[in-house]
Write a protein that binds this ligand. Sequence first.
Ligand code: GLA
Length: 348
Amino acid sequence: MKELFGRLADGTEIHRWSLENGGTRMKVLSYGGIVQCLETPDRHGRYANISLGFDRIEDYVTSSPYFGALIGRYGNRIGKGRFTLDGETHRLSADDGENSLHGGEAGFDKVVWEVEPFQRGTDVGLRLSHTSPDGEMGYPGTLTAQVTYTLTAEGDWRIDYAATTDKVTVVNLTNHVYWNLAGEGSGTIEHHELTIAAARFTPTDPGLIPTGELAPVTGTPFDFRAPKPIGRDLRTGHPQLLAAQGYDHNWVLEKGITAEPEAVATLRDPASGRTLRVATTEPGMQFYSGNFLDGTLVGPAGRAYRQGDALCLETQHYPDSPNHAHFPSTVLRPGETYRSTTVHSFPA
Ligand code: GLA
């Protein structure tokens, strides 16, 4: 189903598509490819919207910390907003101090995507397309991006990303859903239990740019190899947690880059009985514990979002890879196709 959600200041119509399959319901906007609502049942079969969002387009345009949005051209930060590729230095739009975050000032979260619904066998979904002109936000090359959201008969939400370029460039696409498995607006996620299949993470400098080190998680608050409540180590005073006001780091997934999505994380809310499983082809995942939510934004149910009221699990290549030769490469050349897949499942 497609309906008018609102209009941008210049009159552009923003549409909202509703999808349902296998017990999962979602609503997606043409603006930013935003997942505006995602509903799953709890252990008693009661539905709740488990992703943070807004019910007015104006709020997405002016105040959204990437709620539910597609992120591009580059998920997470590029240090000092610059990188050098084949001897040429590129300067990006700096939207986070001197750094470039999530594609710059007007990233893929702020563009209007072309959206085509589809049905294929028992799957339903949306095909989102966007062509980013050469030089947009400082990135070289015309980037043609296609993102497919599929809801399967099992109720899984699968994202397939693809992109091509006409000049050598870098690309790192992801999605920025803020999860609260008890329902958006229901309070803290500190009691959610998280598991991440990673023995190392990438520590950051005070500007949240990776130092280049791949540090072991053993004996640190960053060890999520066994299920752990998110709040358990949050107040330990670990310098990396103090600098980021919580978790806002990239985990080095043990499996590395894979041709098919492999399970990397499980999030469980003991209270509601809801579980989210994340599988990906990507080598990294940013776990962000909603540190910058400060009680100034109000969700669709009229409840304010405070620090730690949601978390993000952003599958990706590592932040600032273009400036770290030993990180898996994010370079895309003409003739190649960038591909990435992430599957979110909601086992009962
Ligand atoms: C990512 C970043 C965070 C923050 C959020 C959005 O998770 O790593 O630092 O920018 O997005 O607020």
